[in-house]
Design a binder for this molecule. Sequence first.
Ligand SMILES: Cc1cc2nc3c(=O)[nH]c(=O)nc-3n(C[C@H](O)[C@H](O)[C@H](O)COP(=O)(O)OP(=O)(O)OC[C@H]3O[C@@H](n4cnc5c(N)ncnc54)[C@H](O)[C@@H]3O)c2cc1C
Length: 507
Amino acid sequence: MFIDGRTIPDGAIIETDLAIIGAGAAGISIARALADTGIDIALIESGGFEFDPATQDLAEGASTGVPYPLDTSRLRYFGGSTNHWGGWCRPLNAPDFEKRDWVPWSGWPISRADLDPFYVRAAVVCELGASSFDDPAPWSSRSGNRPLPLEGGEVETRYFLFSPPTRFGTRYRKDIETAPHVRTYLHSNVIDIATDDQAAEVQSLAIRTLDGKGYEIRPKRCVLATGGIENARLLLASNQTIPAGLGNGHGVVGRFFMEHIHVPGQIAFVALSDSQMFSPYYQDHERIGTGWVRGVFMMSDDYLRRKKRLGSNMAIYSDHAPTIDPAKAAQDPGLAVEPAVAGMIRQTTSNAPAGATPMIYGISCATEQAPDPASRITLSRETDALGMPRAELHWTMSALDRRSLAGNIRAVARAFGLWGEGRVRIVFDQGEDWADEEVGWGNHHMGTTRMSDDPRFGVVDADCRVHGVSNLYVAGSSVFTTGGAVNPTLTRVALALRLADHLKAGN
Ligand SMILES: Cc1cc2nc3c(=O)[nH]c(=O)nc-3n(C[C@H](O)[C@H](O)[C@H](O)COP(=O)(O)OP(=O)(O)OC[C@H]3O[C@@H](n4cnc5c(N)ncnc54)[C@H](O)[C@@H]3O)c2cc1C
């Protein structure tokens, strides 16, 4: 059942077994997973079914440090940011969960094996059509499809699967509407999580609507699923009992904000003497069997360990950066690229075997960030239309982040060079002097309520329960201890389904 929060009488008090704050990928996944358990659920969503500028304005905030757009990197209505996500899905690799001695603050309290069964279920929720990622056999069975035989052991082809992309708000609206024990409160903003005197148990949620009304939901248990920035903001703003904010006894809430750093445009070009060598799944996502698949270049686990680097994933961009036909580029000054690339085009053309079509492609790159406590969400002095302090993000980029990105693209160039059939020209030459204003991002908000067994270093425990608060849980990529080098939503949904199982078991 959907209820417009603006129709609820001012001052009303509603009781429920479980409140889920936020109806995005995480919140909707949990509500669906618990829909047939008999648990009475209140799903509380800030927006309605459509984009609304006044509601979206609640996501506006300030950015210091590396510039970052707080409002355009998420959406505030039913379905959340999946209303405009791209659908790239891949699990984190097993070493991403481990303590890496060269990555400060690394090491999740859970392993990839703990999440494996939930990744399989998350793949169904995200409608991937398959759930096996690293076995190339299914993707290579089609004639002509095979991973590039890159050499040197530093770079490997890994695979993404694609969601249609599933718009959670549209795709699962009926499920949520008809679930007998789920009531969804729209146009309802939680502005405070109130607790007992010790801040050890959530007692009620203060809710405001943009037309100035207020009501209260009193849950037995509560899941915070408002996205990687808002989860921290709401905990920090829930400061009536403890001035530093709820769950913030050790000052960790909001810290360790991570993104996937991007180089805007191409980081490099790759020239192949024969375009046929590139399986179609490198150039765009390709329908293979029941799934859409895309091959990307990622660093091998051994390379990352040896070189003490963070991971990257690099995709061939023939859709964003039209591929250049070297034969035409050589004759047409309109297609001229910078001299170094033009030289590569000439060389590739002259080396091409008879009958082959040489081709040049752009390479994009997304790189993991090392957790940094100084990279953080705090509360701004400015308030929003509901009187809640806006979020302020101070995003940082470390020397290890920069070194990793610059080193990883060189590794890709080496791998092509050793193979001998292709050449890579690196066009990103800022290296460690990369100006903050030129850094790109992936709209992935991670780490601000990170998971750790030790409350001094994390906000939630391995069950996603807030340390010290018996009935409060967090869902979403704010719980990521480290972010890996792949898009986060599949892992976020897997963690949400794992949390749903935990709640179902009565914990
Ligand atoms: C342009 C773009 C492209 C992307 N592409 C990809 C991709 O290809 N692959 C990938 O893995 N990820 C991608 N992402 C990221 C992905 O969309 C998000 O990571 C994911 O949707 C986050 O899920 P969530 O449930 O944690 O948060 P959200 O989807 O942001 O949902 C949070 C919900 O909580 C509500 N809310 C917030 N505050 C309150 C409050 N105080 N009270 C009540 N409700 C509240 C919001 O209205 C929202 O509906 C992309 C993001 C963007 C912006």
